[in-house]
Design a protein. Structure first.
Length: 471
């Protein structure tokens, strides 16, 4: 079989998988990992099986993969389908280049730079530089590294004693901040968690109190880490007052907008990030609400020199970097050397639908989230577990079950949803309550699919209740 025929056969199978993902009820099979391991032939042979066997393997992989474009897929902070982006992934793999120099990736370098410039403009940054990263966790790490560099310009060359240095983060923030804290050398215990209000937003007065407390204790504050779109509730910290406090104390302000950054594309909802222009850096995952295939994540900083210093290799990489492309090579602004072209798929999708298309997508997702919230509130057996700012809809089944049994019931309810296979949502905890976190970030979701979801949740909840011991 020739290469052209093989690729045609692969494309047939991929198209069939995508069609089934959007038409079939089932999102995933319910095989446990030990059964799947026995079912699939995963062994790496001494003698190759040939290219025809690769088609069989591809079919097997697709058969057992989760349908993340199915309308019942509301589990993580991503999902859906962008055909132009899938085409971009194919071209990226075919061109197979790295993003460290203009010399080896000329058009890809210009495309990535264009995207990062546009994101900086949307944020209201008068000047900016950035890099595409491996995800929001990496973006938050870069934010902290830039904050450390700003506080101690010699830290990247002479090292850093972070035992007395502290940063401030919302108690609802992503766990990647803890990881970044010990990677940069301050330790996660020096990551001070600031109290939130009832809607899950960092309280400016609580931040001021924590800063004053740390100063009195002889500690050295150097950064405020805000969140635009928390993982569970989807809350947006009040950026403007947090930035004012940061500036007052000469602290770097980084914003984790991995989840919520897409609101900047909507005229109706960009106010959720009011004050972003006062921050020093932010990260934004296009693979989340914008539906771009994983991974597509950006880190943007206002001060180009800081990021250049953080990622400087000195003269060590003389085999890569040459003077004629000093201000163009993207590897000078990245922690990575070999880095794939994740910009092309986003650029193609952006060119396809434009700012207005992204804005309409955000507005539609918010419309669907509001619809789901109203369905929950109109269903006697259900209750919202938190207020809603973004497309996270957090609720739980209550029915007629005693309060002390509700956590057990909702754990079992989520388990049965997975076994049922038609809907996939996340289980989380809010104020000690086990809840179902349903995320609207999939362009295949409709009002009809949400109706079916609520109907199934109630059916399963009632079935579980019937099996509970009588009180």
């Amino acid at each position: 079989m020739g290469a052209e025929t093989f690729l045609d056969e692969v494309l047939v199978r991929v198209k069939d998988f995508l069609n089934r993902s959007q038409q079939d009820d089932s999102i995933r099979d319910s095989l446990p990992h030990d059964s799947l391991r026995k079912t699939m032939d995963l062994k790496l042979p001494l003698e190759g099986h040939g290219i025809q066997s690769a088609l069989d393997d591809i079919e097997s992989v697709l058969r057992h993969s989760v349908h993340t474009t199915a309308p019942g897929f509301m589990n993580p902070l991503w999902g859906g389908l962008s055909i132009t982006s899938i085409a971009g992934e194919l071209v990226t793999a075919a061109t197979n280049t790295a993003m460290y120099t203009y010399e080896i990736a000329p058009v890809a370098t210009l495309i990535e730079s264009t995207i990062l410039t546009r994101m900086g403009e949307l944020a209201g940054f008068s000047s900016s530089k950035g890099t595409l990263t491996t995800g929001g966790s990496n973006g938050n790490l870069l934010g902290l590294l830039c904050a450390r560099q700003s506080m101690d310009p010699k830290s990247s060359s002479l090292g850093f004693d972070g035992r007395n240095a502290v940063v401030f983060v919302s108690e609802e923030a992503h766990y990647s901040y803890s990881m970044a804290a010990y990677v940069i050398g301050i330790g996660h215990l020096n990551l001070i968690k600031v109290r939130c209000d009832e809607d899950g937003r960092m309280r400016p007065d609580a931040l001021e109190d924590e800063i004053e407390r740390s100063l009195k204790a002889g500690q050295r504050p150097f950064a405020v880490l805000a969140t635009s779109g928390t993982t569970v509730k989807g809350s947006f910290d009040p950026l403007r007052p947090l930035a004012e406090i940061s500036h007052k104390h000469n602290l770097w302000m980084h914003v984790d907008a991995a989840w919520g950054g897409a609101c900047l594309l909507s005229n109706q909802y960009r106010s959720l990030m009011d004050g972003l222009e006062l921050a020093d850096s932010f990260c934004w995952d296009a693979h989340k609400l914008m539906g771009i295939p994983l991974i597509c994540s950006a880190f943007v900083v206002k001060d180009e020199k800081i990021l250049r210093q953080v990622c400087s290799t000195g003269t060590e990489a003389h085999y890569l970097y040459h003077g004629e492309s000093e201000n163009v090579d993207l590897g000078r602004y990245s922690l990575q050397c070999a880095r794939r072209n994740d910009a092309l798929k986003l650029w193609l999708a952006w060119r396809e639908i434009g700012d207005a298309g992204w804005g309409s997508m955000v507005d539609r997702f918010m419309e669907l989230a509001t619809y789901l919230e109203m369905k929950v509130e109109a269903t006697p057996e259900l209750e919202m577990a938190s207020s809603r700012m973004w497309t996270n809809v957090c609720f739980r089944y209550t029915g007629s079950t005693p309060s002390e049994k509700l956590n057990e019931l909702n754990v079992e309810l989520r388990h049965r949803l997975l076994q049922d296979g038609r809907f996939m949502v996340s289980k989380s905890t809010i104020d000690g309550q086990i809840i179902l976190r349903s995320v609207i970030s999939n362009n295949q979701i409709t009002e009809q699919s949400l109706d079916s979801y609520i109907e199934r949740v109630v059916e399963l909840g009632q079935d579980i209740e019937r099996g509970l011991p009588s009180q």
